[in-house]
Design a protein around this ligand. Structure first.
Ligand code: SAH
Length: 421
């Protein structure tokens, strides 16, 4: 067991901090105190480059001489002293006088003999979800151990896995409007969201979520987070787009950090553009975080690359929600060998397939119907354009599913499913 310690955070603003010593260790200690707003006096007969630069920049005052008795009290009493002279004799003298004057003393030469220690520190990056968080790590007399833990915690802070959501608003921001983040959650697996998306999600006050996407992450949020499910569930009417737009603006106006969590990518057949426009039109700061779209990732999960050397160099994504017309237009504009990727295509599969054949796509063109990609229930039915509707009916294919039409489907016979655990 080392010396007991009492972690504390100091406000050094405008307070005198004395640094005895002019080398690199003293320079680091002085820089830390300056950054924290301390009025730093450095006492040393010579200075290293960094300290010279700091003196020239006017960041601190330099007394170009050896330490003398009384330096901690004159010209005014110090609140804190760092001693890093390289001489244990001098450091010990400073520490003795600090003790008498009741000034906390950090000794570079002998941690055990110090009355205070500086921890390894990491702070949440400005503008990130972790902004405003300071983590200080102490590992007794093993500073490199502390630094290693500090680095790991620093990375975790930015990873979106720590509960960094603000519970109290920073002073002075009362009444300010919040912001909206349109986040692409990926195709369904909880770990196919981006790091940025996850970090914003964990910091959200309000989450407006869809049925698709990484819904498993919602259970990991703090119970204080308001989760509004606007997704379609069978037998349940979805919340209309106008209402969703209103919800985003309403909560942002209440000063909330609002996350609109969407399946796949927000700007691929997801009406994310409309939501962003609505926010902009209402003066709400909005940002988008792209996501892994189901159009590309769900075929991949089934071992189907949407482009493949020797087969095709292009693919087209279209919605079949409104029926065959949009699909035909997309197919007509594409290269004859382009892969067609259809979303929202289950309900009107028969008429879509029929129209494509009528427009000249061979009835023998391979087709894959991939349901619930990247979930444990993922299932793939392979067929042809001519038989797609009948085979889908026979297999009981249901939404959500991605329909892939083209020769790339054949690659699946060699690869099989590729979605890892
Ligand atoms: N913005 C989304 C698409 C929204 S439209 C994206 O980029 O992925 C909704 C359609 O996406 C569904 O009808 C289905 O066709 C497809 N889809 C989304 N997630 C899916 C999944 N996990 N498995 C199969 N299809 C999916």
């Amino acid at each position: 067991m080392g010396t007991p310690s009492y972690p504390l955070t100091l406000d050094l603003t405008g307070r005198r901090v004395v640094v005895v010593g002019g080398g690199p260790v003293a320079a680091r200690r002085a820089a830390g105190a300056v950054a924290a707003g301390g009025r730093v006096d450095v006492i040393a007969p010579w200075l290293c480059e960094d300290l010279t630069a700091a003196v020239e920049a006017g960041d601190l005052r330099w007394y170009g001489r050896d330490y003398v008795a009384g330096d901690l009290l004159e010209p005014e009493p110090a609140w804190l002293v760092h001693t890093a002279t390289g001489s244990s004799l001098v450091d010990a003298q400073v520490a003795r006088e600090a003790e008498v004057a009741r000034v906390w003393c950090v000794r570079a030469d002998d941690a055990q003999a110090s009355s205070a220690w500086t921890p390894a520190v990491t702070r949440g990056a400005q503008g990130s979800s972790a902004e405003g968080i300071t983590v200080a790590v102490s590992a007794g007399a093993d500073p490199r151990r502390a630094a290693a833990v500090r680095d790991a915690v620093g990375a975790a802070l930015e990873s979106g896995t720590l509960p960094v959501r603000r519970v109290r608003r920073p002073a002075g921001t009362e009444g300010q409007v919040g912001r909206v983040a349109l986040i692409g959650g990926g195709p369904g697996a909880d770990d196919l969201i981006t790091v940025r998306g996850r970090a914003l999600l964990v910091a959200a006050d309000v989450v407006v979520s869809d049925r698709l996407g990484p819904t498993g992450l919602l259970a990991t949020l703090s119970r204080e987070v308001e989760v509004i499910d606007v997704g379609k569930t069978p037998g349940n009417h979805p919340v209309g787009q106008d209402r969703i737009n209103e919800l985003l603006v309403h909560h942002a106006r209440m000063g909330k950090q609002v996350v609109r969590l969407k399946g796949g990518d927000p700007f691929v057949l997801g009406r994310g553009g409309e939501e962003a426009l609505h926010c902009v039109e209402h003066g709400i700061p909005v940002e988008v975080v792209p996501g892994v779209t189901s159009a590309v990732s769900v075929p991949a999960a089934a071992g189907i690359p949407v482009t493949h050397r020797g087969i095709t160099a292009s693919f087209v994504v279209a919605s079949a929600h409104e029926g065959a017309e949009h699909v035909l237009r997309a197919a007509a504009d594409a290269a004859p060998d382009a892969t067609l990727v259809l979303l929202m295509a289950v309900t009107r599969l028969a008429e879509t397939a029929e129209a494509l054949v009528a427009a000249g796509r061979p009835a023998t063109t391979p087709v894959a119907l991939i349901e619930r990609g990247w979930t444990p229930q993922q299932r793939t039915t392979t067929t042809t354009l001519g038989s797609a509707a009948a085979d889908a009916r026979a297999a009981g294919v249901r939404a959500p599913a991605v329909v892939v039409i083209g020769d790339v489907v054949a690659v699946r016979s060699s690869l099989g499913d590729l979605a890892g655990e």
